[in-house]
Design a protein around this ligand. Structure first.
Ligand code: KE4
Length: 430
């Protein structure tokens, strides 16, 4: 490994010009320390930093790169689209194609609206649920992340207060109070909030597989129970599938677990690395959206032709080669089995979680089923593991509370290299 001199000088300069030197906080290595690597090129499963170092990429731009970087079909589509102009601010055929693709691939989506990020998708879906029900309150889950709109940057109030309190400066208490927080995998906590707020809850929103507190799977019956509670209370069930959508299966987590949301949100894979988000679901809810309905939502670059070309190419490839999922999910099983063998051999106080191509190594002896148990992780030890791996050419998410994202471009040899290094880490730092 070359010393990260270029990254260090770029980071010093960046910190003068950009808050924290980054355009998204997690990239700053805040929870692991050290200098973030400034990347300049990626291809297939590999990514290369400005100091000439090569890494196996286990972030994949936080999810979009399920086919690996620079997939030929995506690259070709983008190059072709660019030649026709970057953005028109007018309706295009590509948007109809994209909408038709999403609605044909995800049965719960009868209508869909394109936006430019997962945050925008969630913000819009929450507004649609509030407009459709005429109610204000939203139930979310501790440890689930849904982007940075005000209503989602809220944590549970203290004690008996069921109303939320801001989880970020700049979020007004008046906004936070309408967001209630339940515990993931705990249906009673949801039942309690519904009974404390009768007729006031517009929606329940969650990551059907949580991947922002590390990876935490829904317990048997949890998603089904939420579906039932929403039906009983006239609330909209929103699955935030920004990570799981088109990753766990062609029909996301809703297809894997067999529970149908009323609305769902997408991002990442739907744009193949270009800035795209989407929200969609029941026609009667989506018809509340402007210009048809009274819920306003808009965006200059929504449905951008270049972004649509990328997304259409990636989704079409996934639809036409479903063996992609067998391949990438099998890699996930292989990696999780290997991780479990290594931590067992070393009696390491760790948990391995994950679904399909999402994996997570928690540095805690406790089973992880929600945010409270996830927070028992030894983040200092995670940081040592992270830097050990980075030094040996493995680019992992710089936080215990993220995921390993596998792609079709990863190989078993890549995973064997990771597992051999994991074994060495525990040998050297028991
Ligand atoms: P964006 O606004 O970042 O496109 O999407 C927000 C979002 C919404 N919902 C879920 C389930 C998400 O995971 C995200 C964003 N994911 C993080 C990674 N955990 C993005 C990385 C970052 O913030 O830089």
């Amino acid at each position: 490994m070359n010393t990260p001199e270029q990254s260090q000088s770029l980071f010093a300069r960046a910190q003068e010009l950009i808050p924290g030197g980054v355009n998204s906080p997690v990239r700053a290595f805040g929870s692991v320390g050290g200098t973030p690597r400034f990347m300049q090129r990626a291809d297939r499963q590999m990514i290369y930093d400005v100091d000439g170092n090569a890494y196996v990429d286990y972030i994949g731009s936080w999810g979009p790169m399920i086919l690996g970087h620079n997939h030929p079909a995506v690259l070709r589509a983008v190059q072709q689209a660019i030649g026709n102009g970057l953005s028109f601010g007018a309706a295009t055929q590509a948007e109809v194609e994209m909408a038709s693709l999403v609605c044909s691939m995800v049965p719960s989506v009868e209508m869909v609206r394109m936006v430019n990020s997962g945050t925008e998708a969630v913000m819009s879906a929450v507004r649609a649920a509030r407009g459709y029900t005429g109610r204000d309150r939203i139930i979310k889950f501790a440890g689930c992340y849904h982007g940075h709109c005000d209503a989602m940057l809220v944590k549970a109030g203290s004690g008996v207060m069921t109303s939320g309190v801001p989880d970020s400066a700049g979020v007004p208490a008046g906004c936070a109070m309408d967001t209630l927080t339940a515990a993931y995998n705990d249906l009673d906590s949801v039942r309690e909030l519904f009974s404390e707020n009768p007729g006031q809850v517009a929606a329940v929103i969650l990551e059907p597989v949580a991947a922002n507190m590390g990876v935490v799977e829904p317990k048997e019956g949890f998603l089904k129970g939420l579906r039932q509670l929403c039906d009983e209370n006239g609330a909209v069930l929103i699955f935030d599938e920004v990570i799981t959508g088109f990753r766990l299966s062609l029909t996301g987590a809703q297809g894997v677990y067999g529970v149908t949301p009323d609305l769902c949100t997408f991002g990442k894979i739907i744009g193949a690395g270009m800035p795209v988000g989407a929200y969609g679901g029941k026609r009667e809810i989506m018809q509340t959206i402007s210009p048809v309905g009274r819920v306003y939502q808009a965006g200059t670059l929504s449905g951008n032709p270049v972004a649509m070309a990328a997304g259409i190419a990636q989704l079409s490839h996934l639809r036409d080669t479903p063996e992609v999922y067998t391949q990438v999910n099998a890699l996930g099983d292989y990696l999780r089995d290997g991780m479990r063998r290594v931590i067992e051999a070393h009696h390491a106080p760790c948990q391995v979680t994950g679904v399909g191509s999402l994996c997570c190594l928690f540095f805690t002896p406790e089973p992880v089923t929600d945010y409270e148990s996830a927070k028992t992780a030894d983040t200092a030890r995670f940081a040592r593991y992270f830097h050990f791996m980075l030094q040996h050419g493995q680019s992992l998410a710089p936080s215990q509370f993220e995921a390993i994202f596998l792609s079709c471009a990863h190989t078993r040899e890549n995973l064997d290299e990771y597992l051999e290094l994991l074994d060495r880490f525990f040998t050297q730092q028991p």
